[in-house]
Write a protein that binds this ligand. Structure first.
Ligand code: FE
Length: 347
């Protein structure tokens, strides 16, 4: 009775090996992406048109992707992993999910401060679009000069007015990580305590909920990523137009460090079965046309300085001074940032 079972297992194993070899030789790319926007369809179609490489997409939110990649381990079919926010890219890197990529195309296209640190073998991830973290305020109850910097939100004059999403969310951890880089841990901890003292309500919801809270007057001021603000600006729903009529925004820290920037980005998976195709795909993403699709999909700016994405709503926000800090440094600061939040009681 044992023989058939053994034989069956053996056949299954051989079939598996054959399938894996066939898959590796096939002209495909397995893309694990935390992005899912309509314009991405064209982005992927054009890659297939140019290279003949078919893209299999697994789209899920970042936490689900982390979980899946962890469970798949060394046998993961993932070739390219796309994530949003430096804190998540850094976590993926420290979890060993990426492999370094040396590419003269990527090195010449993606600015050095928008990629992982290169230890001589190439960077493990590259940023492909950027977003800013802005301060949104209620036009009737708050004077913009009172909320001109991230630091000013913790000032006692803003008591009872401040709203944010959870401090532990990657967008907040990255923003606080940049503060640690600029002001040091001690000053950042004082800031966090000041924020907690100024809350209009306990941290809750996402960035869009903060904008809505500001509009209703429950909050006087909040922080949000630029693309949430632009998405609301572009909305034709009457309730969104009403919301946006009550609020305005400022580019934070224009006289000092500049507005905090973050990225969407990605890299080649550690055990990518189609490594060559994966590198080709990242290089493709750095091209002018792909940059425009990638950025516009989520109302972001292209990471490549010479790429142009026509987005009137985003352009209507105007020009601003962005912070000039390595995104890789911000990512690694999320651990001290979380400790500071815990000590300050910033949920
Ligand atoms: Fe987001």
């Amino acid at each position: 009775m044992k023989f058939p079972v053994y034989k069956m297992l053996c056949t299954t194993a051989m079939a598996f090996v054959a399938a894996t070899v066939a898959q590796a030789q096939e002209n495909v790319l397995n893309l694990y992406s935390a992005r899912h926007y309509q314009t991405d369809e064209l982005l992927y179609e054009n890659f297939t048109k140019q290279t003949g490489i078919k893209i299999n997409r697994i789209e899920a939110d970042d936490n689900q992707l982390f979980e899946r990649l962890k469970n798949e381990g060394k046998n993961s079919p993932a070739d390219v992993i796309l994530m949003v926010d430096a804190a998540r890219l850094w976590r993926a890197q420290t979890d060993g999910l990426f492999q370094p990529v040396k590419s003269t195309v990527l090195e010449s296209r993606i600015p050095a401060n928008l990629r992982a640190r290169d230890e001589g073998k190439g960077a493990e991830w590259y940023g492909f679009s950027t977003r800013g973290r802005i301060i949104v305020y209620n036009k009737a109850t708050v004077k913009p000069e009172d909320v001109a910097t991230y630091e000013s939100l913790a000032d006692s004059k803003n008591k009872g007015k401040v709203c944010t999403r959870s401090g532990s969310h990657p967008y907040m951890l990255s923003m606080i990580g940049s503060m640690i880089e600029r002001n040091g841990e001690q000053a950042t901890e004082e800031w966090a305590k000041g924020m907690v003292a100024n809350f209009a309500r306990p941290p809750q919801g996402g960035d869009t909920d903060q904008i809505k809270g500001v509009a209703t007057g429950e909050c006087g001021v909040a922080v949000a990523n630029t693309y949430y603000y632009v998405r609301m600006l572009r909305s034709t729903k009457p309730e969104d137009r009403e919301t946006m009529s009550k609020v305005s925004f400022i580019w934070p820290n224009q006289k000092t460090s500049g507005t905090h920037l973050n990225i969407s980005g990605g890299g080649v998976a550690r055990n990518a079965p189609h490594r060559e195709a994966a590198v080709k795909f990242l290089e493709y993403l750095s091209g002018n046309e792909a940059q425009a699709y990638f950025a516009n999909g989520n109302n972001e700016w292209p990471a490549v300085p010479t790429a142009v994405a026509k987005n009137p709503a985003l352009e209507s926000l105007g020009k601003f001074k962005a912070e000039n800090i390595s995104i890789a440094g911000i990512g690694k600061n999320q651990i001290p940032a979380q400790k500071i939040l815990d000590r300050a009681g910033y949920k």
